[in-house]
Ligand binder design. Structure first.
Ligand code: GTR
Length: 352
């Protein structure tokens, strides 16, 4: 049944991976997210504050990360929260809507919940940065956008910039002995779920990508998608993408790929796709079918992709066995405790 539903979407066939990895990255960069500049410099972290918190259970630090760019040094803040009892600790690198002071950057602050103590108690650290500390979520060309020359139809958009920043945090984390370099995930919710996927697709050092309700231009297939379309997203948020992406509005079938290519680039590592039953704008069915369609890339490499019964999931469906994990939970567009517990369970099971 699932194969028939996928066939109906008329998806372009997956290229063979990892042999064609560079070509697939090129396709996605050229047509959707824009090209990411290469980076060879060194990232340094200056500890601005350092304290033991959560009643002695956690180390909390505020770090100012700095790195060279063609237009001088660029810096942004990162929060590091590590369980003191686990060394080195696996961490969630979470791209966040929250600022360090927990100020509202926009309405998303209220609905993006991170149950810190519970995550710590499961033996994981949380490293986070506020995406707008890198560059604003607007058409303004500021912050990191000013540090690199860009332009042209395939110049990078803001999603590419936030993803690049997460890779610089990864550079920094690899210098820390208290972080388990083999178990660093990158996660985000909604627009930042799209960002987490693009980040892990490019940066093979992440053991896991977690996207919660990333929908259009994230974990959802474009062909046959309900809810948000390329036209919707590129009219409201053109600056998230390269300019060329808008030319596919209303003709998604002309895209030389679909979003299963993005998930496939994460093989043979792991990826977790979270959907919410009532989040029809993101379209849970298209997210689920995308995970299923990407599975053959994992299987070609000899590892299982999504392991699922041959039916569409109904709410409160948790699929953890393959290298692609999937959750369809009840409720709406929100990042909640239920999501994090699923991520922890998936990580524990796969030891990623
Ligand atoms: C919506 C956007 C979605 C999703 C969401 C979010 O307005 O259309 O693609 O990214 O924002 O980030 O909350």
């Amino acid at each position: 049944m699932l194969n028939e539903l996928i066939t109906e979407r008329k998806l372009p066939a997956l290229p063979s991976l990892p042999a064609e990895r560079q070509e697939v990255l090129h396709l996605l960069a050229e047509n959707e997210y824009g090209f990411t500049p290469s980076f060879e410099g060194e990232v340094s972290g200056f500890t601005e504050s350092h304290e033991i918190t959560y009643g002695g259970k956690a180390l909390s630090e505020r770090i100012l990360l700095s790195f060279p760019t063609p237009h001088g040094t660029f810096s942004f803040r990162v929060r590091v929260l590590l369980p003191v009892e686990v060394k080195p600790a696996p961490v969630f690198l979470h791209i966040s809507f929250h600022t360090e002071e927990n100020k509202a950057v926009n309405d998303h602050r209220i609905v993006e919940h991170v149950p810190e103590e519970e995550i710590l108690d499961h033996g994981y650290g949380i490293v986070s940065f506020c995406y707008e500390d890198v560059t604003s979520d607007s058409g303004r060309w500021d912050g990191l956008a000013l540090a690199y020359p860009s332009g042209g139809d395939s110049g990078w958009g803001k999603i590419g910039m936030w993803a690049f920043a997460a890779s610089r945090v990864m550079d920094y984390l690899l210098t820390r002995e208290d972080v388990d370099s083999t178990r660093i995930s990158v996660s985000g919710w909604s627009r930042l779920g799209k960002t987490a996927l693009w980040c892990a697709a490019q940066d093979e050092r992440f053991s896991l990508a977690i996207s919660t309700e990333s929908g259009c231009s994230g974990a959802a297939l474009q062909r046959g998608k309900g809810g948000e379309t390329v036209r919707d997203i590129t009219s409201r948020f053109p600056y998230w993408f390269c300019r060329k992406y808008a030319s596919f509005a209303g003709c998604e079938d002309k895209l030389p790929f679909d979003q299963h290519y993005l998930l496939a680039l994460i093989a043979p590592r792991t990826v977790f796709v979270g959907s919410a039953e009532k989040d029809l704008w993101a379209d849970p069915v298209s997210e689920f079918l995308c995970a299923k369609a990407a599975s053959s890339a994992f299987e070609q490499i000899g590892v299982p992709g999504l392991i699922t019964p041959d039916v569409l999931p109904s709410a409160e469906c948790d699929l953890y066995d393959g290298r692609i994990g999937y959750l369809l939970r009840r409720g709406e567009h929100w990042l909640m405790r239920r999501d994090w517990l699923a991520h922890i369970r998936f990580r524990d099971l796969h030891h990623v």
